[in-house]
Design a protein around this ligand. Structure first.
Ligand SMILES: [Fe+2]
Ligand SMILES: [Fe+2]
Length: 136
């Protein structure tokens, strides 16, 4: 079981209400999956939840990239590549879970969670700091 994520941690707050809400929801979905899989649930319900998380991540990444495009952030293409990496890893995780490799899946899920936390704190932060400085 992973430790609960403190969503009031200033390192996780970008100051953009809808993006912050999406980060909270996405991290919450992964935490919930970890809890369910940690309890030994590996049925269709868990697979559906992983697909729901994938769909939500795709929507979030689109919206975030839209903001970056509108503001003409020079590092958009690098950031897009990072989002694509997450989607690819999560797709692989779904395949693993579907083929019943339980422990591998749980490890990969935790890897994804840590990847996302780091991504928000470092990579998303880089953009939102740039945006704030630009509009100041
Ligand atoms: Fe994000
Ligand atoms: Fe991002």
């Amino acid at each position: 079981m992973i430790a609960a994520i403190d969503m009031t941690d200033p390192a996780l707050v970008m100051g953009h209400p809808s993006i912050d809400e999406q980060h909270r929801a996405l991290l919450g979905m992964i935490e919930e999956l970890d809890e369910r899989m940690g309890r030994g649930e590996f049925g269709q319900g868990v697979l559906d939840a992983i697909q729901g998380m994938l769909a939500y991540a795709a929507t979030h990444f689109d919206e975030e990239e839209g903001l970056m495009r509108e503001s003409e952030w020079p590092d958009l293409s690098v950031h897009r590549g990072l989002h694509a990496e997450f989607m690819q890893k999560t797709g692989g995780f779904f395949e693993d879970a579907a083929s019943d490799s339980e422990w591998t899946s749980l490890d990969v899920l935790r890897f994804l969670l840590h990847w996302l936390l780091k991504h928000i704190k470092i990579e998303d932060r880089r953009f939102f700091d740039w945006l704030a400085a630009r509009s100041a």
